[in-house]
Design a protein around this ligand. Sequence first.
Ligand code: MG
Length: 247
Amino acid sequence: MIHIRSTGEVQKISRACQIVKETLEIIQEMIVPGISTLELDIEAEKFIRSKGAQPGFKGLYGYPATLCVSVEDEVVHGIPNNRKLQDGEIVSVDVGSLIEGYYGDHAKSFAVGKVDPEKEKLMSVTRECLLDGIDQATPGNRIGDIGYAVQRRAESNGYGVVTELVGHGIGTKLHEDPQIPNFGKPGTGPKIEAGMCFAIEPMINMGTPGVYTKKDGWTVCTKDGMPSAHFEHTITITEDGAKILTI
Ligand code: MG
């Protein structure tokens, strides 16, 4: 069942989204060669709690941290640890918050120091995939239109779309219906209506689409060892189209 949220509910989701937006602004400033992913996590948790919110991921399904920090060939769900970020790496940071019973969810990929143009391009195309998907999130369209737009942009650049993980509805739960794949056929899937709230999150690999999960049970990596990027916005659907809540 896909929830249609009232204006008051969207306001609460929007509050959670502003907190994760500000969290990533702080984390972005901290991303320099030599910082550990755990240091980022500690700061993010401190900031979220200072806003009267709770980390949205910590404890959910047993996940142990505030952030997911995924470096290079790690696609998503990297658990913060003592790994120090190196000049030339790309790192994806995903963060959720929970306030007054409502969630916000947001992710961006960042360059550590100076990265090569291929990685810059992967990140900018993944961002464009997200925006293309969001453009399709409008009343009367269907969920498949979002995935089709993401997939078209990614594959026309020669990239692999991760299919094992998907975007999702969001509200009083972090993950609600519908699932929002980053691939699909136009005109298929559930109809999009005003008041729905979605987290759209393309995960795009520089190489082939295949992924596997590490022995820690969480970290998803590319099978070919090539880098992957991840961008995510939480949006709400209005009569006029999507409104991004995490900007
Ligand atoms: Mg998400």
